[in-house]
Design a protein around this ligand. Structure first.
Ligand code: NDP
Length: 317
């Protein structure tokens, strides 16, 4: 924040940080409430859905919709009501006093009476070159989103937490076989989820195993896996590879001000989007580590805008 001149900075009633389904839904509601929200789009305008293909589980699209197309519709709807979408990334904030101070791209100063945080989360990946090359072409970090594209195929999922268990079980609805690849000899997941996985006839667990490479030209056709006890590698022929090694919420710039859980998700007060700082609201995947769906993000975005509107009205009363 040093060196930034806030004396002539623009001041807005609502500044929304992030433009996934949560941020853009907040923008639609805040704009329709005449709050003229400014929306700072962030490094990936449209959020995680920009990297997906067909979205088949968002209500209102009976024939499915491409992720980027859906986010364009969200944007158009927000702009139709006057939301001011701006390129840029919020690089630092000062929430110590009102109006709150935000710095965009390390240079532009913005003042905000309320801030809605919808910065989302990023799936963690193994970091293999072919994993990123084949993302969306057989590699996915969301079984709920993409599992149905793999009917009657053999699939693999890496991870040993609740997400990996839940997604492996979900994949059994479509796949002929699901390999759960875990680097250790015991899962981190809750016992009940482990039991379901271990007792499922379509699931085979490959313990003490790591994924060394993802194979395939245009589409995934296998993995190279390594038994860490013997150091032996082999190929595993699968046509889908799901990564479930955790998510990282994009909340580090709020670290000094907001209560977050041990993995960085912003803590909101029960049944609301209120954070521990008055007038600062959080929604979507920056705050929700359980559901993480576009529709739930949109729902909490709506909550954040309504909470902000009511909070502003209380201040003015
Ligand atoms: P977790 O952090 O719980 O688990 C991540 C898993 O990925 C761990 O098994 C970890 O292995 C493994 N892993 C991490 N990095 C690597 C790597 N580089 N290579 C290979 N494996 C790796 O994340 P989850 O997303 O599963 O869960 C997050 C939180 O959400 C948890 O608190 C969970 O309980 C909760 N959750 C709850 C659900 C529910 O209640 N229905 C559903 C889903 C999640 P290791 O164990 O060796 O560290």
């Amino acid at each position: 924040m040093e060196g930034i001149d806030f004396s002539s900075a623009e001041r807005h009633k609502v500044v929304i940080v992030g433009t996934g389904p949560a941020g853009l839904t907040a923008a639609i509601y805040a704009a329709r409430a005449n709050l003229a929200p400014v929306v700072i789009q962030g490094p990936q305008p449209g959020g995680q859905l920009i990297t997906t293909t067909d979205v088949e589980n968002y209500p209102g699209f009976p024939d499915g919709v491409m992720g980027p197309d859906m986010m364009q519709k969200f944007e158009a709807q927000a702009e139709r009501f006057g939301a001011d979408l701006r390129w840029g990334m919020v690089t630092s904030v000062d929430l110590s006093e009102r109006p709150y101070k935000l710095v965009v791209d390390e240079e532009k100063a913005v003042l905000a009476d309320t801030v809605i945080i919808s910065t989302g989360a990023s799936a963690r990946y193994l970091g293999l070159e072919n994993e990123s090359r084949l993302l969306g072409k057989g590699v996915s970090a969301c079984a709920t989103c993409d599992g149905a594209f793999f009917r009657d195929q053999e699939l693999a999922i890496v991870g040993g937490g609740d997400t990996a268990m839940e997604e492996a079980l979900f994949l059994t609805r479509f796949a002929s076989k699901v390999y759960v690849i875990h680097r250790r000899d015991e899962f981190r997941a809750s016992q009940i989820m482990q039991d379901r996985v271990l007792n499922h006839e379509k699931i085979e667990v490959l313990w003490n195993t790591t994924v060394e490479d993802v194979l395939g030209g245009d589409l995934v056709d296998g993995l190279v896996i390594k038994d860490v006890k013997t150091d032996q590698t082999r190929e595993l022929p699968v046509t889908g590879f799901f990564v479930a090694i955790g998510h990282k919420p994009n909340t580090y710039i709020f670290e000094a001000w907001l209560d977050r859980d041990e993995t960085g998700y912003i803590i909101t007060k029960a049944d609301s989007s209120y954070t521990n700082v008055e007038g600062v609201f959080a929604c979507g995947d920056a705050q929700d580590h359980v559901y993480r769906q576009a529709i739930t993000a949109a729902g909490t975005g709506c909550m954040a805008a309504i909470d902000a509107e009511r909070w502003l009205a209380d201040q003015e009363a």
